[in-house]
Design a protein. Structure first.
Length: 113
C-alpha cells in the first residue's frame, strides 16, 4: 500500500523560502511519476509540479520559476523547493504519484507577515 510522509512546512513571511520533503513507500518509486499537490482553504487539491521517473519536470498554477521539484530515487524521496512565496501559496501540500493514489496527511505552508 502506497504511503507518503510529507515534512518541511511552516510559517514563512512573504518573499521567503521553504523546502518540502516527502518519503514514499509501498511502491516501486523509481518507475513512477511523482507530483506535489496543494489544497488551499475552500479550494480543490491541485497539482503544482510533477517529475517523471527520468527527471523531466513540469510546473502548473504559476509556480514555474519559483518552485523546483526534484527526487532522490535512492531515498524514495521527492522534494519541492519554494522561493518568492506569497499569500496565494498558502495551502496544505501533498506529494503523491501522478495520477494520485490515497493521500498522506500533507504539510501545511502558511505565508503571512
Amino acid at each position: 500500500q502506497a504511503q507518503f510522509v510529507e515534512s518541511g512546512g511552516g510559517l514563512v513571511q512573504p518573499g521567503g523560502s521553504l523546502t518540502l520533503s516527502c518519503v514514499a513507500s509501498g511502491m516501486v518509486f523509481n518507475t513512477l511519476t511523482m507530483g506535489w499537490y496543494r489544497q488551499a482553504p475552500g479550494k480543490q487539491r491541485q497539482l503544482v509540479a510533477g517529475i517523471t521517473d527520468r527527471g523531466t519536470t513540469t510546473y502548473f498554477r504559476g509556480v514555474e520559476g519559483r518552485f523546483t521539484i526534484s527526487r532522490d530515487n535512492a531515498k524514495n524521496t521527492v522534494y519541492l523547493q519554494m522561493t518568492s512565496l506569497n499569500a496565494e501559496d498558502t495551502a496544505v501540500y501533498h506529494c503523491n504519484t501522478v495520477p494520485a493514489v490515497p493521500w498522506g496527511q500533507g504539510t501545511q505552508v502558511t505565508v503571512a507577515s
